[in-house]
Design a binder for this molecule. Structure first.
Ligand code: PLP
Length: 409
């Protein structure tokens, strides 16, 4: 019989959302008729907006005609869409030829690991979006899990004590650094000075940064960088994954991109972009043409304004939840609320409590589902993530219920 890829037996994560679902189901079974509200997932909830839907629908209808039908498209994605992404998100920074369209940021993160292969040291923010570490395990870069985590992974704690920006002195030479800002799960958006430190460290140590900008569209503070490429020197040490998922509601439609600067080189001087082109033409066959038509509409003036309204809507949700979490019951218990403002996530510290303990208390008392911070990494222990993706009436109801929550029952 064929042998299983050993890497699968090394995976330790992956239990977080199934465990949440299990506890939610058990609560539902013992409380029939009770409405459970989820503030636990990063999935979008609001309908697609009219101009963007129009772009998708018109293209889909065209596919049913001889004139409008298209099959496989350009390898890197539609030139017109790459030009728009370059102009809207990276003016004067990244050209259309450095942009590769895809079926989403998560999928690109998985494929990017092929560029560096097994054995490459990995450094991640802790807590972190799980695919950075789990993807590294699958490619054989992370090694076996031991008591401190995976052997090949350096975990860089990001907690309230360091304002959620890691101590970079631990970054190994010639490593791959995963960095996400605004961050999932902490909601922290790094400043220009912080990202400059990150870029300077990466260049000094021969590292490559995989910068995840999936939440950049939530940034409202004009002083905060919206892409790593605003930072001098980033083009020599970073590539960026990004997505239409959260701003356009394309979590199900699927459209993202990766920007790989021509100046990004391996140790032997060869360009990373050439290998990325090879990966994308070998194991990927182009982003959906319908999704790309939606992406084109999203980057029209009307589409940009619609995306702004949708992200404003979720940010208002996060403001409503924050107000509840800053109520007297939470204040008395010393609870601190971080994130929001430039991110759809609130990251909430409950002193002297374990994340799962808080999760259970909120579920039992308020019928509200959250995400235990410890599921995103050891430094997430004691925190709980509140997501602002939800219908307004549910958010308002959940906020009302949180007002009655007793932190120390
Ligand atoms: N990156 C981060 C940090 C995320 O939180 C998510 C989704 O929640 C993604 C990437 C996934 O993006 P996509 O839907 O484009 O695959």
């Amino acid at each position: 019989m064929i042998r299983r890829n050993q890497a699968f037996s090394y995976l330790t994560g992956g239990y977080l959302f199934p465990e949440i679902a299990k506890r939610r189901a058990a609560f539902a079974a013992s409380h029939p008729g009770k409405k459970i509200i989820s503030l636990g997932v990063g999935n979008t909830t609001e309908p697609l907006t009219p101009h963007i839907t129009g772009g998708l629908a018109a293209y889909a209808r065209g596919l049913g005609t001889r004139e409008g039908y298209t099959g496989y498209g350009e390898d890197q994605g539609l030139t017109a869409l790459r030009e728009k992404i370059s102009a809207v998100f990276y003016p004067g920074l990244i050209g259309p030829e450095e942009i590769f369209l895809s079926d989403g940021a998560k999928c690109d993160i998985g494929r990017l690991q092929l560029l560096f292969g097994r054995g490459v040291p990995v450094a991640v923010q802790d807590p972190a979006y799980p695919v950075y570490v789990d993807g590294s395990v699958l490619i054989g870069a992370a090694g076996k899990a031991g008591p401190g985590g995976y052997a090949g992974v350096t975990y860089m704690p990001c907690t309230a004590e360091n304002a959620f920006f890691p101590d970079l002195s631990a970054v190994p030479e010639n490593s791959l650094i995963y960095f996400c800002s605004p961050n999932n799960p902490t909601g922290a958006a790094s400043t220009r000075a912080q990202l400059q430190t990150l870029v300077d460290t990466a260049r000094a140590r021969g590292c490559v940064i995989i910068f995840d900008g999936a939440y950049a569209s939530f940034i409202r503070d004009p002083s905060l960088p919206r892409t790593i490429f605003e930072i001098p020197g980033a083009k020599e040490c970073a590539l960026e994954v990004n997505s239409f998922s959260k701003p356009a509601g394309f979590t199900g439609v699927r459209l993202g991109w990766t920007a790989v600067p021509r100046d990004l080189k391996y140790a032997d001087g060869s360009p990373v972009i050439a290998d990325w082109n090879r990966v994308m033409t070998t194991v990927f066959n182009g982003a959906s043409n319908i999704a790309q038509a939606g992406g084109l509409a999203a980057l029209d003036a009307e589409g940009l304004s619609e995306m702004r309204s949708v992200t404003d809507f979720y940010l208002e949700n996060s403001r409503i939840i924050r107000t509840a979490l800053e109520g007297p019951n939470f204040k008395k218990a010393g609870v601190s609320v971080y994130g929001g403002g430039n991110s759809p996530y609130l990251w909430v510290k409950f002193p002297q409590k374990q994340s799962w303990q808080v999760f259970d208390s909120i579920l039992n008392q308020c019928s509200v589902v959250t995400t235990p911070g410890s599921g995103f990494g050891p430094a997430g222990e004691g925190y709980v993530r509140f997501s602002s993706f939800g219908h307004r009436e549910d958010i308002v109801e959940a906020a009302g219920r949180l007002g009655d929550f007793s932190v120390c029952p």
